[in-house]
Ligand binder design. Structure first.
Ligand SMILES: [Zn+2]
Length: 324
């Protein structure tokens, strides 16, 4: 079996789109979504401009349905680490995963394209987990806007070695696309809808060819309707396995929190929120080093405007049907 889920392209010039699922081995919805999209493209014989490649991330961890075996494959993407692996004996399970993926990135990067995009598909262990993690410099890209999901900025300043930061430095529009709760069918649907939006917005497929698929794009809007538009990471609570960190139950992404609120416990006692804001990626699974983040909403007015706009749309559509 190969790491490559699918690879499609024609003679027409266009973007290079790399889709990665399972960079965390217990998050398999991305792989299912990539397979669905490739199957549909093949079934309908859709014409592709440029090249689309689907990849499995941490294959050894996927086999065991674990987040990772020895180290997190989304915290190790630095030039120093890759250089070190290239020169040294490989000890850890993830060492070969990094090198093989990097070799594929290098090969693909040399292909001529109108734009290079890498989509890293994830799911979270807390509910309400539909969002995009993207560096601020590329956050206004039309492909990002097409997804209409909350944008999380500055995460790369708090956690080291993410794939999206590494590939952004190599000239990619690279971002993490969180589809929702780990293992849920709705996350597969959301990832599938999102991939189609990405393929359309980047020009890899033409809207004339995908009529039936367009309607699933509204799924993304439905999810994001009540969520903030843009947020900046203000605080990262780092944990180790020895801390015995336990989140208090019931916290959702983007839930408001106040300074001093006790939201978790560890071996030293209660853990308080250090600032007002919204909770982001509270950890409700055993493995991982990010206890939680605190984020700040950047343009709350936009959210209000959007809800006004959508209610206006509702009225318009009622009117239209009444006229008919
Ligand atoms: Zn993940």
């Amino acid at each position: 079996m190969s790491r490559i889920i699918g690879e499609l392209g024609g003679t027409k010039k266009g973007p290079l789109i790399i889709l990665i699922g399972g960079l965390h081995g217990n998050e398999l919805t991305g792989i299912k979504a990539i397979e669905r999209v490739f199957n549909k493209i093949n079934e309908d014989n859709l014409e592709i401009s440029g090249k689309i490649v689907g990849l499995e991330g941490n294959r050894k961890a996927i086999e065991k349905k674990e987040r990772f075996i020895d180290y997190d494959l989304n915290r190790c993407w630095t030039d120093e680490h890759i250089q070190h692996l290239a020169e040294s004996h490989h000890i850890f399970a993830e060492d070969d995963e990094v090198l093989e993926l990097n070799r594929i990135f290098e090969e693909l990067s040399s292909i001529e394209s109108t734009k290079k995009v890498c989509v890293d598909l994830h799911t979270t262990s807390s509910d309400n987990g539909n969002f995009i993690v993207v560096p601020e410099i590329t956050s206004d890209d039309p492909v990002i806007n097409a997804l209409k999901l909350p944008l999380i900025l500055d995460l790369e300043k708090h956690i080291k070695g993410t794939l999206l930061k590494y590939l952004t430095q190599k000239g990619y529009l690279a971002f993490a696309f969180e589809g929702g709760l780990i293992g849920s069918e709705v996350a597969v649907e959301l990832h599938t809808a999102g991939i189609w939006e990405i393929l359309l917005a980047s020009g890899a497929v033409s809207p004339d060819h995908v009529n039936g698929i367009m309607q699933i794009g509204t799924l993304l809007q439905t999810f994001a309707a009540e969520l903030p538009h843009k947020l900046r990471v203000r605080h990262h609570y780092w944990i180790t396995e020895e801390d015995n960190f336990r989140m208090k139950p019931g916290y959702l992404n983007f839930q408001k929190v106040k300074t001093g609120e006790v939201i978790a416990h560890d071996r030293n006692g209660p853990i308080q929120i250090p600032m007002d804001g919204m909770i982001f990626m509270p950890l409700y699974q055993r493995s991982g080093n990010d206890g939680f983040f605190v984020v700040e909403e950047l343009d709350p007015l936009r959210r209000i405007n959007l809800s006004v706009e959508s209610s206006h749309f509702d009225k318009t559509s009622n009117q239209t049907s009444w006229k008919r």
